[in-house]
Design a protein around this ligand. Structure first.
Ligand SMILES: Cc1cc2nc3c(=O)[nH]c(=O)nc-3n(C[C@H](O)[C@H](O)[C@H](O)COP(=O)(O)OP(=O)(O)OC[C@H]3O[C@@H](n4cnc5c(N)ncnc54)[C@H](O)[C@@H]3O)c2cc1C
Ligand SMILES: *[C@@H]1O[C@H](CO)[C@@H](O)[C@H](O)[C@H]1NC(C)=O
Ligand SMILES: *[C@@H]1O[C@H](CO)[C@@H](O)[C@H](O)[C@H]1NC(C)=O
Ligand SMILES: *[C@@H]1O[C@H](CO)[C@@H](O)[C@H](O)[C@H]1NC(C)=O
Ligand SMILES: *[C@@H]1O[C@H](CO)[C@@H](O)[C@H](O)[C@H]1NC(C)=O
Ligand SMILES: *[C@@H]1O[C@H](CO)[C@@H](O)[C@H](O)[C@H]1NC(C)=O
Ligand SMILES: *[C@@H]1O[C@H](CO)[C@@H](O)[C@H](O)[C@H]1NC(C)=O
Ligand SMILES: *[C@@H]1O[C@H](CO)[C@@H](O)[C@H](O)[C@H]1NC(C)=O
Ligand SMILES: *[C@@H]1O[C@H](CO)[C@@H](O)[C@H](O)[C@H]1NC(C)=O
Ligand SMILES: *[C@@H]1O[C@H](CO)[C@@H](O)[C@H](O)[C@H]1NC(C)=O
Length: 489
């Protein structure tokens, strides 16, 4: 069986269009214990369709949802849950048979954890759980995990409300919100996970918890580690925020060589910038720019950024007023962009990125042999840092920036690129950044991921794992383990 993947992607910030064609075989052999699993699933009257490997066309369409082709495994089957009972029944079969099981929402895990960490998982695909119910009076939205961000941005914006979530509109809600959620409204409204008011979750023993907020331990864990092995979230109640009708995008363009100046100005002024503004610096071997979102008009924005602009000396400035939806979605990377990727995450404290640090990054970008870019999100001075590090499982508070470096591989030199990236990253991390790393930019090469992702909250997460999933049903490389000798305090 020969599969062809035709992929088109837009490089998010500079709209370079490239076309790739990939292909691979998937095994049509059966997985261990597959017969027992088929029998159990068949007997549990699951309403949604189930695609095993022998249904070549539907199975490969399901695989195709995965954003990152670098880490493709071949699950036993995809169960397309129609409702929470389907999820419950799938979990019950897996528990009974000790069958590896995993949830998938948008398929955007950088390490492919939405289909497990090896072949032969049972994947519970949640794409059909895609309700969005906005209640303007209570300022809440009830949202299914199978949504992408885009329709949530659209529906909230239609009501002139906002929900803070990712910069890429086609990332899945289930994975993003449970692990944090960085994006253009963080400085005003906090992380996505900070805005979870309640959730419905099916636990490893098959029990449906209708209101996680009545289980303070679970409610704490799913805000930051909800995608790390406590169950499958089937619905979220989210806090949404009234906003002004007009929002503004600002684009500032710089010469690449201005990066040290730009960073020194941002280090100095960043945390004083008005909370209605979130700024993202993006840098690749040829470009340096800032893309920012402001809740308000272009005129007001201009006033707020006067000093920043004066000192950082952009070559070009454009302001675009629009609804929040268009502000967040127009010009962004589209939905069908799968390829071969690796990403790494860093946090930088209030000293900011040093001159040596930015120069080291510039050297790397210039000399790296694969496609690469980096984005630096200003979080300092914003709502994210007003919440305590142990108030939720999302620990990363008190930083000036979150920084990501992302590479796109091609078939020729991908091994070399991965190795060189990792080598640079280890040194860069040690020399210029803080110890922690963002769990949603998962990276299998990351040492001490337990402490980097969860820090002092890790020990409590392990205790809760022991309590709510003692047999480690939800288990993959970077799920919370049921026991550990590692201490992160
Ligand atoms: C192109 C791209 C852009 C991104 N941009 C941003 C960004 O702007 N901001 C940001 O914060 N992050 C961003 N991310 C990272 C993103 O937050 C994570 O990849 C996130 O896990 C994706 O969620 P998903 O549902 O699409 O992924 P999936 O691969 O479906 O799932 C990811 C993980 O979450 C688990 N999971 C999924 N749904 C559930 C559920 N309902 N209950 C329990 N566990 C679940 C899965 O088992 C898996 O372990 C981006 C990633 C990509 C690839
Ligand atoms: C499912 O069960 C029904 C009877 O309940 C049976 O007729 C059918 O063949 C079974 N299908 C599979 C795939 O086992
Ligand atoms: C595969 O799934 C599709 C969609 O449900 C169905 O129409 C088709 O009959 C299935 N094919 C096989 C070989 O089971
Ligand atoms: C919602 O999306 C539609 C379709 O893209 C678009 O026309 C509309 O303007 C969006 N709503 C808002 C408030 O921007
Ligand atoms: C499943 O676990 C939860 C949480 O520990 C517990 O409240 C519930 O009673 C358990 N359900 C069953 C059927 O054992
Ligand atoms: C900030 O945003 C909020 C929500 O849209 C708005 O009510 C407020 O007027 C804005 N403040 C400024 C100074 O822009
Ligand atoms: C600034 O950017 C805008 C929009 O991209 C473009 O139309 C304009 O020509 C640019 N101006 C300069 C001086 O580069
Ligand atoms: C949370 O952190 C505060 C200090 O910031 C500490 O006083 C408190 O004991 C911590 N709570 C737990 C449960 O660890
Ligand atoms: C990290 O620091 C060491 C020692 O100062 C230096 O030799 C090395 O080049 C630095 N690495 C990077 C990636 O900047
Ligand atoms: C991830 O898990 C797979 C199989 O479950 C294992 O072979 C591999 O070594 C693990 N990788 C890491 C880095 O832990």
């Amino acid at each position: 069986m020969f599969k062809k993947w035709i992929l088109i992607y837009l490089l998010q910030f500079f709209l370079i269009t490239t076309i790739h064609a990939f292909s691979y075989d998937f095994p049509d052999s059966k997985c261990p214990e597959e017969e027992a699993l088929r029998k159990c699933l068949n007997q549990s009257y699951i309403k949604g369709p189930i695609y095993f490997r022998d249904n070549e066309s539907s199975y490969s369409t399901d695989l195709d949802v995965e954003y990152n082709r670098r880490v493709i495994y071949f699950p036993t089957a995809f169960v397309h849950a129609k409702d929470v009972i389907d999820v419950q029944n799938a979990i019950k079969c897996a528990a009974k048979l000790k069958y590896p099981i995993v949830a998938r929402s948008g398929g955007h895990s950088y390490e492919g954890f939405g289909i497990g960490d090896k072949d032969c998982y049972l994947v519970v695909d949640l794409a059909n759980l895609n309700q969005i119910n906005i209640d303007v009076n209570s300022q809440t939205a009830v949202v299914g995990p199978g949504n992408r961000l885009e329709p949530i941005y659209n529906k909230t914006s239609e009501h002139v409300f906002a929900f803070p979530a990712g910069t890429c509109p086609y990332v899945g809600v289930g994975g993003l919100i449970t692990g944090g959620g960085f994006g253009y409204l963080n400085r005003k409204f906090g992380m996505s996970s900070d805005n979870i008011l309640d959730a419905q979750i099916v636990l490893a023993n098959g029990t449906v918890v209708h209101n996680a907020k009545n289980y303070p331990e679970i409610f704490w864990a799913i805000r930051g580690a909800g995608n790390a092995g406590y169950g499958i979230v089937t619905s979220f109640t989210l806090k949404i925020h009234p906003i002004q009708k007009t929002t503004t995008v600002i684009d500032l363009l710089y010469d690449f060589d201005q990066a040290p100046l730009l960073l020194s100005v941002m280090n100095k002024l960043g945390s004083k910038i008005h909370q209605n503004i979130t700024l993202l610096i993006s840098i690749d071997p040829e470009h340096l720019g800032i893309h920012g979102v402001y809740l308000g008009s272009a005129n007001e924005l201009q006033n707020h950024l006067q000093e920043f602009i004066k000192l950082s000396k952009p070559k070009n400035i454009t302001y675009t007023e629009n609804t929040l939806y268009h502000t967040l979605v127009d010009g962004m990377e589209g939905p069908d962009v799968n390829g071969y990727y690796k990403a790494k995450s860093y946090f930088i404290d209030f000293k900011g990125l040093s001159d040596e640090g930015i120069k080291s990054l510039m050297n790397f970008l210039k000399s790296f042999e694969c496609e690469v870019y980096s984005v630096i999100l200003l979080v300092g001075g914003g709502k994210v840092n007003e919440i305590g590090r142990n108030e939720t499982a999302f620990v990363h508070r008190g930083f000036l920036y979150h920084m990501e470096i992302k590479i796109t591989l091609d078939s020729e030199n991908s091994e070399m690129c991965l190795q060189d990236f990792d080598k640079f990253s280890q040194e860069f991390r040690r020399n210029y950044t803080y110890y922690e790393s963002y769990q949603n930019l998962n990276d299998r090469q990351l040492d001490n991921w337990q402490c980097r992702y969860y820090a002092e909250n890790f020990e409590r997460l392990v205790k809760l794992k022991q309590k709510y999933d003692p047999y480690n049903l939800f288990n993959w490389n970077q799920s919370i383990p049921t026991n550990t000798k590692i201490s992160c305090n």
